[in-house]
Design a protein around this ligand. Sequence first.
Ligand code: SF4
Length: 638
Amino acid sequence: MLENVFSPVRIGTVEIPNRLVVPAMVMNYCNADGTATERYIACHEAKARGGWGLIITEDYAVAPEGRGFPNIPGLWDDGQIEGHAELTRRIHDAGGTIFAQIYHAGRQATSLVIGSQPVAPSPIPCPLIGETPRELTIPEIREIVKKFGDCALRAQQAGFDGIEVHGAHGYLIAQFMSLHANKRSDGYGGSLINRLRFPLEVLADIRSKAGSGFPVIFRISGDELVPGGRTIEETAAIARVLEHNGVDAVHVSAGTYGSGYAIAPPAAVAHGWITGYAQAVKQVAGVPIVTVGRITDPLLAEAVIAGGKADLVAMGRASLADPDLPKKAAAGRFEDINRCIGCMQGCMGMISLYQPATCLVNPALGLEEELRIRPAETKKRVFIAGAGPAGMEAAMVAAKRGHEVSLFEREDRLGGQYSLAAVPPAKGEITAFISWLGKQLADSGVSIHLETELTEEIVSREKPDAVVIATGSAPAPLGVPGSERAVTAHDVLAGKVAVGRRVAVIGGGMIGAETAHHLARHGREVTIVEMLPAVAQDAQEYVRLFLLEGLAERGVAMQVNATVIAVTEEGITIERGGEREEIGPFDTVVTAVGLKPCNGLRSKLERKAARLLTVGDAAGVRKALEAVAEGYRAGLEI
Ligand code: SF4
């Protein structure tokens, strides 16, 4: 089924054993001086062992003032080579091929990170960063060109098999190429050939230093998706020029920081949504073309290549979720692939705070050695209460370590309330994680007791060695007069209650906003009532962007800065700015005013269980990212 995916391809002088590529992704794992850490090396090593055809590292800054993040790698100094040479040695020992992506962030750097004013072709702020950059002089441009060449040479000396020049995503090279950011009227601005002067000088300098046999991929945004930005027609023209200037492959992505959702799209964006850009470039360029863009399944990668849209497929977050994806795909073990669900919580959610990247579905990401699943010294009987993601994760890890694990769930299915999170539009992929966990539990011999609540009596009778309480959370009460007339968002999402035509959703956090979206998509007239000035403020930026777009499209009304005083027979009484107001009428009032931990079992077991651990929402209501990580660690601790 994957004959195209598992066929070799050449990029310049290097043969790539299969078509699955790890693209550059900021992880924030390196030291602040750009040198490699064990964490950085180990995370790439896991992917090399997992069978990826080509690993492209995250962006190596060509100069300290070109860094967009505080803990990315750098090769601006010879002293940085040795640590990164250790990386390439270990990747090669594991059978992998590794290219270094090299870049300068230009105006997409911030003075917070680099300690000085960012530079750019023109003094125009990046729409996201908002800092006005300093316009580069021509001597400064020539200096940066040389830094790219020097960086490529250091990458070669460090043992990388090639490099990728980052000309995408609105960084410095992209800024020169785009009329959106480049307003120069000298030899580096204006006409297309002038705007290409900087990247072509960079390529020439790289070739003069690293030689013609050192493979070079050029990454470019097919469409910048910003007003006045480059579109695919001009990108295709550029690709031909790049090919004539010795580029060995073109990697076609999309977006700039002004359209950041395109760089790391959330679950609301379709899988493979920009393969058409790659195809447009492939039609005019003779070098291998790499595509990217929320491709999480090897079967989709196969169809993209078989359809002639691209030669290689980059699967970034899919490689964070499961570094062993290629190996499993090659063995036909598709059900064992742990899939990226597009949640954005661990990857973008963390790196946008300048924190190390994590992954909701793969808590061991970046902690591969520390959190390795090793056999337990003593086999124990472990009871786990609650089959939400925290409980399932704990059960899976404990069972893989050799413990005898029994998992108790009072509902008739696995997943707990997390299954309900899959109901609103664009959230369906959550089910992939739950079904993956279910398969792992079955394979590792966990004894699953559905429709069975773990009780004090069962624990007293059976005397397990350890109990993990993962009983999750329940909707918090509204606590105003007339609350009994309302139904919970949980019951709505579970399909347990009938919902009328005119609906008010009280609580505009993510659960409330997504429930409103779900109802609006099913023909209801929905009003969100929120006490804060805006809704869905707890959602990751790009998730929120699409959610708000969906709410607006469906005409969902917003009552913000509104405190609910009462639910009446006709509607709702709210207070805003000291004034009371009646809103409605509503046929159904839905509450989504937060969650409270369900952990009543804990106090009952405190003196009964030899070892007692509480994880996930039962320990304190937070995101699924934390719940899953706690479950994993509990499985290791027992
Ligand atoms: Fe995918 Fe979520 Fe993991 Fe990011 S945190 S890689 S979006 S599953």
